[in-house]
Design a protein around this ligand. Sequence first.
Ligand code: XMP
Length: 321
Amino acid sequence: EWTTASIVDDQIAKIREQIGDGRAICGLSGGVDSAVAAALVQRAIGDRLTCVFVDHGLLRAGERTQVERDFVAATGVNLVTVDARERFLDALSGVTDPEQKRKIIGREFIRVFEQAERDLKAEGDYRFLVQGTLYPDVVESGGGSGASNIKSHHNVGGLPEDLQFELVEPLRLLFKDEVRRVGLELGLPETIVHRQPFPGPGLGIRIIGEVTADRLETLRAADAIAREELTAAGLDRDIWQCPVVLLADVRSVGVQGDGRTYGHPVVLRPVSSEDAMTADWTRLPYDVLERISTRITNEVAEVNRVVLDVTSKPPGTIEWE
Ligand code: XMP
């Protein structure tokens, strides 16, 4: 019988066979796939695995802690965090074009990650690189389907040739729901296992306009409120994801207390979907929308208006950039 436990045992045996007494590196993104891949390899080879987490400063509130504290607590894995926030902000300074942002974030990410890999390799004989490639990724990148290239998905890209790692891909035959079950079987926290999709370029593509430290702080606060209220309303499993987008180049007049404000709108983009290829806007309950709106406008100083995106995909993509 093909149970989750037998998938785990089987993969651990395969990983041990492949890696032998060697060492492996794994990049963590905060997402489910890399977390489960790393947890599997950790089970197989213990502290001969080192994970690398790049904080590019475009993360949501609490995401770094989730990796540094919760993932490490659940797995006992060796973790190196690279704080690259300044570097990404510098690289993004003055940039407003969405594809340009994606290219810059992707490029910087690879540079930072490669440097971390080189540093590790200088310390020990790390020959293996763990990747959370899933079965659909394998099919998609092989098939070269056009739809996935509408936006350049930087974390599903080719590896540089000079790095010379042998790849370890323990999730290569699994679909997402199987990966989640494996994650739970390995004792990973629900917050990681059931995390909704979040794009590699992070909040960088949810600020319409230039990405700055202040704007990131504003968006992070608004996003945290929306997520808190959706979770409190028990809606996490009903929604595919709910991007919160800061219209940083748009201002509108508002009134708060007896003062006139001239702030920015944020857009709520709740969507329902099976696979992100198509999506419908989610009919969130009005009382939940109201709580989100009231809290964001009360608690986030720069934001004086909350609007709802009621566009399906197509014609709108899920993300705004
Ligand atoms: P779109 O905006 O194309 O998004 O409808 C479809 C799904 O993909 C996510 N997304 C990304 N994921 N790197 C990622 O890993 C990216 O560059 C990226 N861009 C979009 C998006 O959040 C949605 O789930």
